[in-house]
Design a binder for this molecule. Structure first.
Ligand code: ADP
Length: 851
């Protein structure tokens, strides 16, 4: 260091005028330069100068604010510090300025100002660190006692600081190696001192004076630190703000006394290390963590990587490497719990119980991953939650809908800014145990993007052979996922990647019948809603007929989610009534109750709707329980959203009802056809897929080849149906893409109706694939389709003969309400679809579901 040897500065120095901060010899300071004089000095002296001498400048402290002294040179402090400009950094933001890093060399005093512009230059006299000073033996002897005393305080102070900070360790070494006369300046600039005190030290040219002035500053700092240590215990985080005076917590010594141990506890990093050592992480993880903590100790806190490494280590400590809950599995209790939580869904519950039973018998089951597939709102998620409850395990849901980056599953590498672990590891951290039930929700909605395929990442997670060493990119060490019970849910298997599908056992969860929905509403949804709204059965009564009204006229869904929402809306409306009643404040002003939503008063008067207009009654608290009937329903939910429109739409030839399966459950679908003069073209509209288009062509070909047999003619009476005729087939709900072969029979029926001019029966729906020879082939999703027909109030359903077995899955009451026609060829379909039959020789086989 420069201080250890004699220094000779030039006799003429350019002057840098600073208005804040005092640079002392032996210390380094960063100062911002933006006044015109100083900027000029930097530009023409520091940036243009080529010799080492040109980087030596005089720093004059305590000059008044440079912005106010543009023109005249302010009065200058007589003593300054000659300094070496170590670094110059320029920036244009927020305004042009330079940042200078300067190291103080020695004191000087201004003898004479030589020039003022563009920057001041002065003739100077060096005041210390000259040869005559450094060679003096006298200072040691004369100042012996003073310097010894100073040294003792300095050592005491430095030892109170945190030796693990590299700068402190270096300072401790410097105390012994530097000449004593350099120490007062250096220590003054390190400890907490005001600018005024620093200026006094700068002005103290005699060494004796300097020692004398610095000792009280050291003592003050030491006392301050002692006080801080005493008060430190309750507020551990304070030390971040007092970087310069971090008390020493001696981390390298052997913890011998309890006092030392307490001291250790206060240091976060030491605590972290302790946690790492005591945590039960894998050997590999421990090795990585210890290496990282070693790096962390050497890193200054201000480094961005410090926070990164620290977060990483904290996550590693928090992860449940070896922590698990104990399974308490009892099949009988599980059955009761599942039955209590969920009505119906027998097949699903049966399969879940089988799964759990096998788990009970064989603990480390590497069984298949269950995947519940069905429309929304049929209870897939809530069954997952119940499974966790029966096992006594933690439950965590991971929503995969829209995830299109594989780092979402596997995490980002730690080299990225903002890197973080993936959802699996995050989930484990959240639940805090290594054997939770993870519900991978909506696996069918995983996306794909340039950032990789998340489904591929899931493959590893779900494979029991591989997932004992799942490696998240962020952790970069393996984590054992074999104890985690994964359950997946999806609306359809069609969009699940085949490899992923292969890992899972699909359990179909079909939609509910109206009767099932009523039961679910009264057993589960209504009690839950009442509780959520703070209502009791004594305050509100929803009879089953009202529930049926909600189901048929306000919702059209396979599950019960909309139904649940509607019930919530009713409870909210009633809660308002009940709350008003509790206050017993008559509301004479009826103006706002007169229109729309606010007209809830009707609810109270269901039994006698004629009294609704009676203002005096409305002012009274409602009579309990408030009965919800259809009038109340209309007031709360508005006019019914769905009406039975089937018969209306079948009032013209060329319309037939098909049954479609969608991920949201079964649906009825009207197929419409019309013909016009043309050149035999077929137009198809309604967003159809290729398979559906082919079905349409097949249907037309079959009808054309059988036109004579059925007496089908075009508008001009010709059996060539496309002669001078164009046909337009439309599948309404044009915005929804439709595909699949099952509309074949519906298209044939619709076209047969168009060409024969006869109406299709208004209560019949149909589904089935066709062949060119007129055979009807089986299709999927029969249960959902039949339920949709039932929901829509249809009476007869035509299905392929070979789908007969699927009817067994359908609830008895639904089967009783419907008549099924099992068709193996198109003759039979047409005979069933038209009143009085269609074929020349009708041969109708009817199947009654009661059998
Ligand atoms: P999904 O995951 O299939 O979309 P949820 O599990 O979220 O559906 O179910 C929606 C709501 O319906 C939940 O409040 C659930 O409790 C209720 N629910 C669905 N099916 C049943 C059932 N069979 N018995 C009782 N409640 C049910």
């Amino acid at each position: 260091m420069a201080a250890s040897s004699a220094i000779q500065i030039p006799s003429r120095l350019p002057l840098l005028l600073t208005h804040e901060g005092v640079l002392l010899p032996g210390s380094t300071m960063r100062t911002s330069v933006d006044s015109p004089r100083n900027m000029q000095l930097v530009r023409s002296r520091l940036l243009k100068g080529t010799s080492l001498r040109s980087t030596i400048i005089g720093v004059i402290p305590n000059t008044s604010d440079p912005s106010s002294d543009c023109e005249d040179l302010p009065s200058l402090h007589r003593i300054g510090t000659a300094a070496l400009a170590v670094q110059v950094v320029g920036s244009n933001w927020p305004k042009p300025h330079y940042t200078l890093l300067v190291t103080g060399l020695c004191r000087f005093q201004i003898l004479q100002l030589l020039k003022e512009k563009p920057y001041p230059v002065a003739e100077v006299e060096q005041l210390d660190r000259l040869e005559q000073f450094t060679n003096q033996q006298k200072s040691e002897e004369e100042l012996g006692e003073l310097s010894e005393q100073f040294y003792k305080y300095a050592v005491q102070l430095v030892e109170m600081l945190d030796m693990s900070v590299p700068a402190v360790a270096k300072l401790r070494r410097l105390l012994d190696n530097l000449p004593r006369e350099a120490l007062p300046d250096i220590l003054t600039s390190i400890i907490r001192t005001s600018n005024r005190e620093k200026l006094q030290i700068l002005d103290a040219v005699s060494l004796e004076e300097r020692f004398k002035m610095t000792i009280p500053l050291l003592v003050r700092q030491i006392e301050g630190l002692k006080l801080l240590q005493k008060t430190r215990k309750p507020k551990q985080d304070d030390d971040k703000r007092v970087v310069a005076i971090r008390p020493n917590r001696r981390i390298n010594h052997i913890p011998s006394t309890t006092e030392d141990e307490e001291e250790e506890d206060h240091d976060d990093v030491v605590m972290l290390e302790k946690k790492i050592r005591t945590s039960s992480m894998s050997e590999q993880a421990l090795k990585v963590c210890l290496k990282e903590i070693k790096r962390l100790k050497k890193m200054p806190q201000s480094m961005p990587e410090y926070a990164l490494t620290r977060n990483y280590l904290e996550l590693m400590v928090e992860l449940p490497w070896n922590k698990s809950t104990k399974d308490r599995l009892e099949i009988r209790a599980a059955r009761i719990l599942l039955d209590n939580d969920h009505y119906a869904m027998e097949k699903l519950k049966k399969r879940v119980l089988e799964y759990l039973a096998v788990r009970q018998l064989k603990n480390n089951l590497k069984g298949p991953i269950l995947c519940f597939v069905g429309p929304p709102g049929v209870g897939k998620t809530s069954v997952g939650r119940s499974i966790a409850k029966t096992l006594g395990r933690e439950f965590h849901r991971i929503a995969l809908g829209g995830v299109c980056d594989q780092s979402d599953i596997r995490g980002h590498r730690r080299t990225y800014v903002g890197s973080m672990p993936g959802r699996i590891i995050n989930g484990l951290k959240t639940v805090g145990v290594n054997n939770p039930v993870f519900l991978l929700d909506e696996v069918d909605k995983l996306g794909k993007s340039l950032q990789g395929d998340p489904a591929a990442a899931l493959l590893e997670v779900l494979d029991p052979e591989q997932n004992h060493s799942f490696t998240d990119h962020y952790l970069n060490v393996a984590f054992d996922l074999s104890q985690v019970l994964f359950i997946a849910t999806a609306n359809t298997t069609a969009t699940i990647p085949p490899a992923l599908l292969d890992r899972m056992e699909i359990i179909q969860v079909p939609g509910y019948t109206q009767e099932e929905k009523i039961e679910i509403a009264h057993r589960h949804l209504i009690p839950k809603q009442l509780e959520q709204h703070g209502l009791t059965p004594q305050q509100i009564q929803i009879p089953p007929v009202t529930t049926l009204d909600i189901i048929t006229r306000y919702t059209r869904e396979a599950g019960v989610r909309s139904l649940d929402r509607k019930l919530g809306a009713i409870c909210r409306a009633v809660a308002v009534k009940v709350a008003e009643g509790q206050h017993k404040e008559p509301k004479p002003d009826r103006a706002e109750g007169g229109d729309g939503e606010d007209c809830k008063e009707h609810i109270t008067e269901d039994a006698k709707p004629e009294s609704i207009s009676d203002a005096a009654d409305l002012a009274l608290p409602p009579e309990m329980p408030i009965l919800i009937d259809f009038h109340a329903l209309k007031d709360i939910l508005g006019p019914p959203m769905y009406e039975m429109e089937v018969s209306e739409r079948l009032s013209q030839p060329g319309v037939a009802i098909g049954l479609a399966w969608t991920p949201l459950g079964g649906e009825i679908m009207f197929v419409e056809a019309s013909r016009m003069d043309g050149e035999g073209q077929l137009t198809l509209t309604g967003q159809l897929g290729d398979v559906m288009k082919e079905s349409a062509h097949l249907a037309i070909s079959w009808l054309r080849s059988n036109a004579k047999r059925y007496q089908l003619t075009n508008a001009s009476g010709s059996f060539d149906l496309l002669d001078n005729t164009d046909i337009h087939l439309h599948f309404p709900a044009g915005a929804v893409t439709k595909d699949g072969p099952s509309a074949g029979v519906t298209i044939v029926t619709c076209l047969a109706s168009l060409f024969s001019g006869r109406l299709v029966c208004s209560d019949v729906a149909m589904t089935g694939e066709i062949t060119l020879r007129g055979l009807v082939l089986p299709v999927g999703g029969i249960k959902d389709k039949v339920l949709a027909a039932h929901r829509a109030g249809l009476k007869r359903v035509i299905i392929p003969q070979r789908n007969e077995k699927d009817l067994e899955e359908i609830a008895v009451n639904v089967r009783e309400d419907l008549t099924f026609v099992l068709a193996s060829c198109l003759d039979e379909v047409l005979n069933a679809a038209f009143d009085g039959g269609f074929a020349v020789k009708p041969r109708v086989e009817r199947f009654n579901s009661k059998l």
